[in-house]
Design a protein around this ligand. Sequence first.
Ligand SMILES: Nc1nc2c(ncn2[C@@H]2O[C@H](COP(=O)(O)OP(=O)(O)OP(=O)(O)O)[C@@H](O)[C@H]2O)c(=O)[nH]1
Ligand SMILES: [K+]
Ligand SMILES: [Mg+2]
Length: 529
Amino acid sequence: MWRGLSALVTRPASAPLRLCARCSTGAESLVPGSTIFALSSGQGRCAIAVIRTSGPASGLALRSLTALREPPPARSACLRLLRHPCSGEPLDRSLVLWFPGEGSDPGAHGVCVRVSVNLHQSARVLPIVLTMLFAIQGPQSFTGEDCMELHVHGGPAVVSGVLQALGSVPGLRPAKAGEFTRRAFAHGKLSLTEVEGLADLIHAETEAQRRQALRQLDGELSQLCQGWAKTLTKALAHVEAYIDFGEDDNLEEGVLEQVDRDVRALEVALSSHLRDARRGQRLRSGANVVVAGPPNAGKSSLVNLLSQKPVSIVSPEPGTTRDILETPVDLAGFPVLLSDTAGLREGAGAVEQEGVRRARQRLEQADIILGMLDASDLASSSSCSFLDTVVAPLVAQSHDSGRQRLLLLLNKSDLLSANAPASSTALPPHLLLSCHTGAGMDALLQALKTELAAVCGDPSTGPPLLTRARHQYHLQGCLDALGRFQLTTDLALAAEALRQARRQLSHLTGGGGTEEILDLIFQDFCVGK
Ligand SMILES: Nc1nc2c(ncn2[C@@H]2O[C@H](COP(=O)(O)OP(=O)(O)OP(=O)(O)O)[C@@H](O)[C@H]2O)c(=O)[nH]1
Ligand SMILES: [K+]
Ligand SMILES: [Mg+2]
């Protein structure tokens, strides 16, 4: 038996079903809650296009396009001729998939729902009956609602014809961006961090981003948070029991001491996770790699080589690059925002000096600096000045954990004569390369990979990374609250600190999230997802 409104209203077998929004009247248009539809595969001509719906009128939509009396078997594909519900015009021969809820799926459980409603009672009774029915349906689909999918031929005329036909079914409207996923979240099918993982997976451009997003979609971060929340709930229960029953009742010995140990252990775990700092975020949005050095070292030549496109002008004239030129690249599977900068030197004209100022500013934002010198020109004043003012301070900080990382590159190795190597023991560790011959490029890529793995983290191993500033914010909030947890002072205050800490964790996974945050997150999706 079809669900949606048709399951609720009995009608004589002879009475025709009126399924077109423009021509239907009465009960059919009373379908509660909206049912959304959208093209879920990419736009444009393609072999197969996937169109889907979600909501209580999904069954009605499927029946009106396929003229089926019985639903197809749940969650398995079958071939059907689709027709426009008003004109009866054939639209396409399509694969049809039906995702009903398990509670009333006759194929799976043999449950059949048929309710008779007296027409003048319907306005009052229907909402109640529908609420009861919807409570038992829809859990075995992506959104948690009744869903159906049409896999049609991907020609634009077929797609627009089917979308138009769906729009004519009562209760159906086009979906907004991210609305399918938002419904899945609302029905508890995905936590907020899983939703974020799904958004990241859709946008993932590199290997490492895909791996990280998949782990987050699999719920690793939310499972970790749930484990922490469980520890806090237990601690809170024990503290509250102590407040209620006091010391003289039959409470186990050392309960509060155990709570204290658990909370301190949790603090350590949270701090170590937060120390991961921005690694997960860098992996999500790209590490900042900045190429810097004196004029004519070959910085733009290297940027063009790494990005495999002519991003920057290369010329023998010193001071060619003025503005920052950035280009996103995939380096060894890591997402990178690569910046070319003006050659650093004093005393040039006003425009070039502005370029130098911008270059220095960009250097401060770098995660990794590719410091480049001309190997055949190490004694020049601009080379010496770069070594003194940029390289030396970075080398001095090389033991700090949050430091910027430096790879010192000596370019133009092809200009060195074999018996006069540039490598000098006075220089910090460096790589010799030639943008002209390609010598040393493999070693540079290998070194870059190591540095990128250090600043982005390896998404295949270790605990799940915090991929957004939002994660860090709530985790820090949780840690701050735990810092206020003191058993030696007032137990009521200690309990309140635990409650606040728990609230921060639940915000992280989406419990009690405000609408604005949800809007921001779901904005990342396209229509149809
Ligand atoms: N022989 C040799 N010449 C190179 C090499 N790399 C770059 N050059 C040349 O060096 C000159 C300067 O190269 P650019 O890439 O423009 O140098 P830059 O550091 O970006 O220069 P500015 O933007 O002016 O600071 C060009 O003539 C390049 O062809 C190399 O490995 N060997
Ligand atoms: K140049
Ligand atoms: Mg340049």
